[in-house]
Design a protein around this ligand. Structure first.
Ligand code: SF4
Length: 473
C-alpha cells in the first residue's frame, strides 16, 4: 500500500527535477534556444547591403525599440520637433500610457524576441505621474525590455526618486536609464527658457548628472544617463565644446541627431541640410580630441547610425576597437562568434555557467581576448593611467530621414517595388535596415521610427485628440 501511494508522488518529483535540469541546461547554453531563434530571425530580416562582417545587429543586438502614441504631449518647444502638430492637444493619461506600453512591449517580445533596449518616449515622459511612469517601466521590464526614459531633463530630484524608489525605500528596478535631451534648439527649460549658447546649458547638464549620482548615493539606484543633442547649422560650432566640457560629467552616452525635416513643419528652419553627417561627426571628434572609429562595429545602416564604444581612461578616450587594426577586426569576429546573442536579464549564477560553457566551446576566444586587452591597455597609455579612473562612454550619431523621402519610400516598400529615384531608393534601403522599431499590434506590424514620425504620427495623434482631449479648466 505504501509503495502504491508514494510511487506517483516520487515520480512527479523526479519529473520536476528532470524538467528543472533541462531548463537550466537550455538557459546556460552558449546561445540559449530562444535567443538563438530571435537572433537568427533578425539576421535573416536584414537586407543584404548591411550583412557585413562588422554588423552587430542579428549577432549581438536585436536593435532598439521605442513606444509611440503613449503620451505625445510635451511642455517644451523644440526646433525641430519630431512630433506632429496635434501632439500637444492630447492629454497625458497614466492608464492609457500603461495599457499601450504593455500592449506594444508584449507584441515586441513576441515578434522580436526575449531581450532588447526600448525607449519610453513620447512627448515628455516626466509629465506622467511618477507612479504611472514607474508602472510603464515595470511593463517594459516584464516584457524583457531594458527601458530608457526619454526626457528634456528638466526634472526634479524628487520626481526621479519617486519613479525609481518604491514605497518600501528600495529601488524598484535593477537600474534606471534616462536619455536627456539638452540643447539650444529647445525652449522652456526652468532657468534657461531660451538659451542662445550651448555653454549656458552646461550647468544644467552637470546638475542632471548630479541628481542621478545622489540617487545612487542615497537610495542605491544605479543609472545609465545618455545626453542627446540635436545639431543644426546654428549650434554645430558648439558641439565640440559640449563634448569637451561635459564628457566626464557622468553621461554614459552622447548621442547627436543632425536636424531633419521630420514632424511638425511649423518648427522647421531653413538650412538643416546644409550640414552633413561628416560635419557633425568631425565636430564630435574635435571635442573628444581624436578620431572616432565606427566601421569595425556597425549598427544597422551607416547612413543612419555611427557608433563608437570606448572609455575615458584618465582624460584620454580609448575606443574598444580601431578601424584600421586587423587584429581588432579579428577580436570582433571572435566575440561575435563566441558570445552570439544577448546576455540581458540573466541571474549572475546562470550567466556564470553560460560563460563557462561558452569558453569551453570556444577556447580560442580566450587568447584573442587577452591580446585585445593588452592592446587596449597600451592605447590607454599603460596600466598606470588606469588609476586616474575609467569611464565608459559611447558616442552615437543618429540621422533621421526627411519626411518627404520616407513617405514614398515606405509606400514603395509596402508595394514590393523599388524606386528609380536614387534618394528614395536610399531611404528604402535604410528603412529596410532600420534598427529603431515601433510596434503596431493592431496591424501586426513593426515599423521604423522614421515611418512612425513622418507617416503615422499625424493620423494617430488626431485619433488621440478624440480619445484623450485636454481637460477644460
Ligand atoms: S530608418 Fe530612420 S529610424 Fe530607422 S535607423 Fe534609420 S534613421 Fe533611424
Amino acid at each position: 500500500m505504501i509503495w502504491r501511494r508514494d510511487h506517483p508522488t516520487r515520480a512527479a518529483g523526479l519529473r520536476r527535477v528532470i524538467a528543472r535540469v533541462r531548463h537550466l541546461e537550455r538557459r546556460t547554453r552558449p546561445v540559449p534556444p530562444e535567443v538563438d531563434a530571435a537572433f537568427r530571425r533578425r539576421w535573416e530580416e536584414l537586407p543584404e547591403h548591411v550583412r557585413t562582417d562588422a554588423q552587430m545587429v542579428g549577432r549581438k543586438s536585436l536593435g532598439c525599440e521605442g513606444t509611440h502614441g503613449v503620451f505625445p504631449k510635451c511642455n517644451f518647444s523644440c526646433t525641430p520637433c519630431y512630433h506632429s502638430e496635434d501632439a500637444n492637444r492630447v492629454r497625458v493619461d497614466g492608464p492609457h500610457t500603461v495599457a499601450q506600453v504593455r500592449e506594444q512591449m508584449s507584441f515586441l517580445r513576441e515578434r522580436r524576441g526575449p531581450a532588447s533596449f526600448a525607449q519610453l518616449i513620447g512627448g515628455e515622459v516626466s509629465l506622467l505621474e511618477p507612479e504611472d511612469h514607474a508602472a510603464a517601466l515595470a511593463e517594459m521590464w516584464a516584457a524583457g525590455r531594458i527601458p530608457m526614459s526619454f526626457s528634456h531633463g528638466d526634472v526634479t530630484y524628487d520626481y526621479l526618486r519617486e519613479v525609481s524608489v518604491g514605497l518600501d525605500g528600495q529601488p524598484r528596478f535593477p537600474s534606471v536609464s534616462w536619455a536627456l535631451h539638452i540643447d539650444t534648439t529647445m525652449a522652456g527649460r526652468t532657468g534657461a527658457k531660451k538659451p542662445e549658447r550651448e555653454a549656458e546649458l552646461h550647468p544644467f547638464r552637470a546638475e542632471a548628472c548630479a541628481r542621478f549620482a545622489r540617487l545612487r548615493r542615497e537610495h542605491g539606484v544605479s543609472s545609465y544617463v545618455a545626453h542627446n543633442m540635436t545639431v543644426t547649422p546654428a549650434n554645430l560650432g558648439e558641439v565640440s565644446d559640449v563634448v569637451a566640457t561635459c564628457a566626464r560629467m557622468g553621461f554614459r552616452m552622447f548621442s547627436f541627431q543632425p536636424a531633419a525635416y521630420v514632424g511638425n513643419d511649423r518648427r522647421w528652419r531653413e538650412g538643416f541640410r546644409t550640414i552633413s553627417d561628416d560635419d557633425v561627426w568631425s565636430a564630435v571628434e574635435r571635442g573628444v580630441g581624436r578620431s572616432l572609429p565606427y566601421r569595425t562595429m556597425q549598427f544597422g545602416d551607416l547612413r543612419c547610425n555611427r557608433v563608437t564604444w570606448g572609455a575615458f581612461v584618465g582624460d584620454r578616450y580609448v575606443p574598444l576597437l580601431e578601424d584600421d587594426d586587423p587584429d581588432d577586426a579579428a577580436a570582433r569576429d571572435a566575440w561575435y562568434e563566441a558570445f552570439r546573442g544577448s546576455w540581458m536579464h540573466q541571474r549572475t549564477a546562470t550567466a556564470a555557467l553560460r560563460l563557462l560553457r561558452t569558453l569551453l566551446r570556444h577556447p580560442a576566444a580566450v587568447p584573442v581576448g587577452l591580446r585585445w586587452l593588452r592592446r587596449f591597455v597600451a592605447r590607454a597609455g599603460g596600466l598606470r593611467r588606469f588609476r586616474y579612473g575609467v569611464q565608459p562612454v559611447t558616442f552615437v550619431m543618429h540621422s533621421f530621414i526627411d519626411a518627404e523621402l520616407v513617405g514614398p519610400a515606405w509606400d514603395l516598400l509596402r508595394a514590393g517595388e523599388r524606386s528609380d529615384d536614387p534618394q528614395v531608393l536610399a531611404a528604402q534601403e535604410r528603412l529596410e535596415a532600420c534598427v529603431y522599431a515601433m510596434a503596431h499590434p493592431e496591424s501586426d506590424e513593426v515599423v521604423p521610427a522614421c515611418v512612425q514620425h513622418s507617416v503615422l504620427d499625424p493620423g494617430e495623434n488626431r485619433q488621440l485628440v478624440e480619445l484623450l482631449p485636454l481637460r477644460r479648466r
